[in-house]
Design a protein around this ligand. Structure first.
Ligand SMILES: NC(=O)c1ccc[n+]([C@@H]2O[C@H](COP(=O)([O-])OP(=O)(O)OC[C@H]3O[C@@H](n4cnc5c(N)ncnc54)[C@H](O)[C@@H]3O)[C@@H](O)[C@H]2O)c1
Length: 385
């Protein structure tokens, strides 16, 4: 079995190390902070203990898995690794420096991968002597639980590197989808309206957080409403991704961030982790009740749904990923109840176009422009499946 290197012992690096070790690999986790390495080891052990307590694995299996992971504060330990997955903080310069240092240590055929959520893989490759060995391997949090992994070739990536990486991640029991090296790849791009359109309705006073969350869960079957979810992810993280996607799309109004969320971040109202966000999680706080108005709830859900479908259709139209991969990414990466393109077929693409056009006429904002693909499909009487 190949030895896998993980650079960065944070939330993602630790999770990916656990997954690789569970698949039978020896793993080297490297971080420049000794404290991060200690914490990573403790976190992995705690997760394994939970699995033992739930009788998902035996004590012996947990011991054997953990003993496959070596922690080091020096990259020279990566020299025998055939694949290295970088999971340091989201900063292009730091990542470029790290890749350059790693390339000086490893063999010629070692694959260098980044777990970045939003940065350009091609820009990371530009710093390498052999840029054809780089690609994005994007896990979701928590890596041991989330099945989806986005595989993102840079424009420089050798097709053989894509195949090797994909086969390896598939063999770890994950579902891989292929995405073009563009802002947010599939999930972090297509999911933006779930948050953005909900924030917009909140800002306009159409409904409060609890009502919008209720509407999306009740009529859409989403596991978590957008405000609960933003509080769960952390408003700081969710806002940062929105802002990066917005900037990287040259300020396309479809991805415009919300002042409301920005102010929460300014105030350190990050959500669950800080005790308060859109909702108050401190002891004694009372959760607000939704206004259970069925026609309002259905209207809220439908508005968010058509915006999501529009985003998925545009991603397909611009060849960011295939139809199947876009639907798979949303059901397995963010647990949507249905693939958005299949959902479009189910409710009728014509209804989606009508609703988007109605929003566009009402607002006269580019944000509500309907994807040409949807319009063309209605004209040609086509469906996605
Ligand atoms: N957290 C998520 O939900 C999530 C999901 C998918 C992808 N990602 C991406 O994964 C990456 C890591 O995210 P995270 O949440 O695990 O971050 P984190 O802050 O929890 O961990 C980052 C770790 O990298 C270490 N580090 C920083 N610079 C280093 C360097 N030059 N050399 C060695 N170690 C270094 C830090 O000490 C820290 O332990 C980011 O690119 C992020 O965008 C995060």
């Amino acid at each position: 079995m190949d030895t896998i290197g993980i650079l960065g012992a944070g939330a993602m690096g630790s999770g990916i190390a656990q997954v690789a070790a569970a698949a039978g690999h020896d793993v080297v986790v490297c971080d420049n902070l000794t404290l991060a390495l200690t914490k990573s080891g403790k976190n992995i052990q705690a997760t394994l203990k939970t699995l033992v307590d739930k009788e998902k694995i035996t004590d012996a299996e947990a011991y054997s898995l953990f003993s496959k992971i070596k922690f080091s504060d020096h990259m020279s330990e990566f020299r025998n690794c055939s694949v290295i997955i970088e999971a340091i903080r989201e900063d292009i310069e730091q990542k470029q420096i790290a890749f350059k240092s790693m390339e000086a240590i490893v063999d010629e055929d070692t694959i260098l991968a980044s777990n970045t959520s939003s940065l350009s893989i091609s820009a990371m490759g530009a710093q390498l002597r052999q840029p054809e060995r780089i690609l994005g391997i994007h896990f979701f949090n928590p890596a041991p639980l989330m099945r989806l992994v986005e595989i993102i070739p840079a424009i420089q990536t050798n097709p053989d590197v894509i195949d090797r990486a994909r086969q390896m991640i598939n063999s770890w029991g994950k579902t891989t989808v292929l995405a073009k090296d563009t802002p947010g790849f599939i999930v972090n791009r297509v999911a933006r309206p779930y948050y953005g359109e909900s924030l917009r309705m909140l800002d306009e006073g159409i409904a409060d957080e609890a009502t919008i969350d209720w509407a999306l869960c009740t009529f859409g079957g989403f596991r978590m409403g957008p405000f609960e979810l933003m509080d769960f992810i952390g408003n700081d993280i969710n806002y940062a991704v929105t802002e990066i996607v917005f900037q990287n799309f040259y300020f396309d109004p479809r991805y415009k961030p919300s002042f409301t969320q920005k102010r929460l971040v300014d105030a350190h109202y990050f959500g669950r982790k800080s005790g308060i966000g859109f909702y108050d999680y401190r002891s004694g706080a009372v959760k607000p009740l939704p206004k259970e108005d069925e026609s309002l709830g259905k209207e809220i859900f439908f508005r968010v749904l058509v915006m999501l479908i529009n985003e998925a259709a545009e991603a397909l139209y611009l060849q960011i990923a295939s139809r199947d991969d876009i639907d798979m990414a949303m059901t397995q990466g963010v647990n949507y109840p249905k693939g958005l393109l299949a959902w479009a077929d189910e409710i009728g693409i014509e209804r989606v176009v009508e609703k988007l056009d109605a929003l566009y006429v009402e607002y006269l904002e580019d944000r509500y422009r309907c994807s040409r693909l949807l319009r063309k499909m209605v004209r040609e009487n086509k469906t996605f499946y």
